[in-house]
Write a protein that binds this ligand. Structure first.
Ligand SMILES: NC(=O)c1ccc[n+]([C@@H]2O[C@H](COP(=O)([O-])OP(=O)(O)OC[C@H]3O[C@@H](n4cnc5c(N)ncnc54)[C@H](O)[C@@H]3O)[C@@H](O)[C@H]2O)c1
Length: 265
């Protein structure tokens, strides 16, 4: 018996990385999993893994930044399962760029996928959850929402926007039995992180994290499962860093990191 037996979870960006780990973790707890990802092949691979665990799974190839596609995704999920108990807003992209060179296109893409995508999915799913008077919304923000990220202005702004949205949802959805929380991961070893940073910077990142290592996807999935559980009903509107102590260390560690890179030489 898992703590999510018979529940239905919709997870965006579950084709790989953190989202895939969350899907498998919730499936091991007994939840049926609806997977939404822009990459159909990756989504199907995760879906196969969920079915091997013994839960049901469907795939919807969806761009979360497209309002109409999100409505279709939610309709398909309801047609199949009849309800959605858990939503994990995880889909994301990243493209590092110095602020002075940040293009309008890069800015808009980050805001669309992270912030608008989270809003579109949360609103559509919360309308369903409110009818059942129960729901758990978990958003994957970032430590970039809590401290100034280098070369990630658009990403940080979008992730901080998610934190604001989570607080607003916590207030407005409480009467409907729905909680909304965010996880703020620090650097987690995934393809997204590898593609966002040059190889030498990537390899050095562990040096400016108090835990002296990057995180792994299962550590974020563990936090997501906690927020997704029935037992966390009195926790709403929070932003939980899963970051090896990075936010606690604050500017000091960033300074140390930049000095090591010779930024001031
Ligand atoms: N890896 C990190 O260090 C880190 C740190 C903080 C926050 N995050 C956040 O965690 C989330 C997952 O990151 P990851 O590292 O696993 O990345 P990843 O690139 O491994 O996986 C992201 C997934 O999202 C999907 N996706 C991208 N754009 C989409 C869209 N428009 N619609 C639907 N699906 C889309 C991709 O196809 C992919 O399957 C992201 O929101 C990211 O910003 C990651």
């Amino acid at each position: 018996m898992g703590q999510l037996d018979g529940q239905v979870a919709l997870i965006t960006g579950a084709g790989r990385g953190i989202g895939q780990s969350v899907a498998l973790k919730l499936a091991r707890e007994g939840a049926h999993i609806a997977i939404a990802d822009i990459n159909d092949a990756w989504a199907k691979e995760t879906s196969r893994n969920v079915i091997e665990i013994g839960c049901q799974s469907i795939v919807s190839q969806t761009d979360v930044s497209d309002y109409e596609q999100v409505q279709s995704l939610v309709e398909k999920t309801i047609d199949t399962f009849g309800k959605i108990d858990i939503l994990v807003n995880n889909a994301g992209i990243s493209k590092a760029c110095p602020f002075l060179e940040l293009s309008k296109e890069n800015w808009e893409a980050q805001i669309r996928v992270h912030l608008s995508g989270t809003f579109f999915c949360s609103q559509a799913v919360a309308r369903i959850m409110s009818k059942h008077k129960y729901g758990r919304i978990v958003c994957i923000s970032s430590v970039a929402a809590l401290m100034g990220p280098i070369d990630l202005a658009a990403y940080g702004a979008a992730k901080a926007g998610i934190a604001g949205l989570v607080r607003a949802m916590a207030l407005e959805l409480a009467d409907h039995g729905i909680t909304a929380n965010a996880i703020a991961p620090g650097p987690i070893d995934t393809e997204l992180l590898r593609s966002a940073w040059p190889k030498d910077v990537y390899e050095e990142r562990a040096n400016h994290i108090p835990a002296h290592r990057l995180g792994v996807v299962d550590e974020v999935a563990h936090a997501a499962a906690f927020f997704a559980s029935p037992q966390s009903g009195y926790i709403s509107g929070t932003i939980l860093p899963v970051d090896g102590g990075s936010v606690a260390a604050g500017a000091y560690m960033v300074e140390q990191y930049r000095r090591r890179k010779g930024a001031y030489e």
